[in-house]
Design a protein. Structure first.
Length: 312
């Protein structure tokens, strides 16, 4: 174990490895921001050999006093990763940050906005023909915006009615690999998705990247254009707005809409996880677990429980 290495040394080594692993530009920028703006100024000069769990706890508490819980959680994850790098290099004997938990506080957390069936039907009946292929595909597949922006025609298998997720476009419009191993998946096409995409292929702007949902000249469409020129005008026209008249939800809510439709059909959680490309079943339950619950079914279960007990 090295007695001279600091947390900043561990962070530099970790960032270097992230570069070698060719992580996405946006991800690398976020990690550097975590280090440069939060970790290094506060605890960068601390010696790794003397770093304690209490030091990390104090750092997290100080972060919470100045930043959101979401940012604190991201920075803590980056610190853990940097210390794991130090552990791999035998600069430390154990990662003390692993045992420091950011306690969850859901009391004041905003509710996740999931479009209702009526809102979904209204969107589908209101969307202009030019944007219908994108909205229909998003609602019935649950694909992330980045995956839709990076979707190629060669990955749309009409003969098998399958959409293959094999790449994505990041926020800088750079094409890269899917978000994770589980994000690389095959999604069955609903009949309406297949129909609308087959019709759209003849009118789709052509480009060297052969994209299904490109901009007007065939290149990668930007996230802001999809939100500001497609979704938000659609929601306003459809009357799906908040009290202040602003659009009720973001494009990511269409992914929630798809999940709610899958679950309503009684699909097993494992199938929902696979189609959405979640890394674990735990993530699926964390986000959508409440949708699997059915109070009316539970009433019947409790009635049966009581009847079985009385009959015993």
């Amino acid at each position: 174990m090295s007695n001279t290495k600091t947390i900043s040394d561990a962070c530099k080594a970790w960032l270097k490895r992230c570069e070698r692993d060719e992580l996405e530009r946006a991800t690398l920028r976020s990690y550097r921001n975590h280090v440069d703006h939060h970790i290094a100024p506060a605890i960068g000069e601390l010696c790794l050999a003397s770093l304690s769990r209490a030091d990390v706890r104090d750092f997290v508490d100080d972060m919470l006093d100045k930043n959101s819980r979401a940012m604190t959680d991201k920075v803590l994850r980056s610190l853990r990763s940097a210390l794991n790098e130090a552990l791999d290099r035998e600069w430390i004997d154990n990662n003390v940050a692993l045992s420091v938990k950011l306690r969850r506080s859901s009391r004041n957390a905003p509710d996740r906005v999931i479009p209702t069936k009526d809102e979904i039907k209204t969107m589908l009946s209101t969307v202009p023909a030019r944007h219908r292929p994108l909205i229909v595909t998003a609602i019935y597949t649950g694909m992330r915006m980045s995956e839709l922006r990076g979707l190629r025609w060669e990955d749309v298998d009409f003969s098998r009615s399958i959409i293959q997720v094999r790449q994505r476009a990041d926020r800088f419009n750079k094409i890269g690999k899917p978000k994770s191993r589980s994000s690389r998946r095959d999604i069955p096409m609903a009949p309406s998705v297949k129909k609308v995409l087959m019709a759209w292929k003849a009118d789709c702007p052509e480009g060297e990247m052969d994209l299904v949902f490109p901009n007007g000249i065939g290149n990668v469409e930007s996230p802001s254009n999809i939100s500001n020129r497609v979704l938000y005008p659609l929601l306003i026209d459809a009357g799906i707005v908040k009290a202040d008249g602003k659009p009720k939800f973001s494009f990511h809510a269409l992914r929630h809409a798809a999940a709610s439709l899958f679950i309503e059909q009684g699909w097993p959680a494992k199938k929902v996880q696979t189609i959405l490309g979640h890394s674990s079943i735990t993530m699926t339950f964390d986000v959508y677990g409440h949708l699997f619950d059915n109070a009316e079914d539970d009433v019947d279960l409790f009635a049966k429980l009581e009847a079985d007990l009385e009959a015993a």
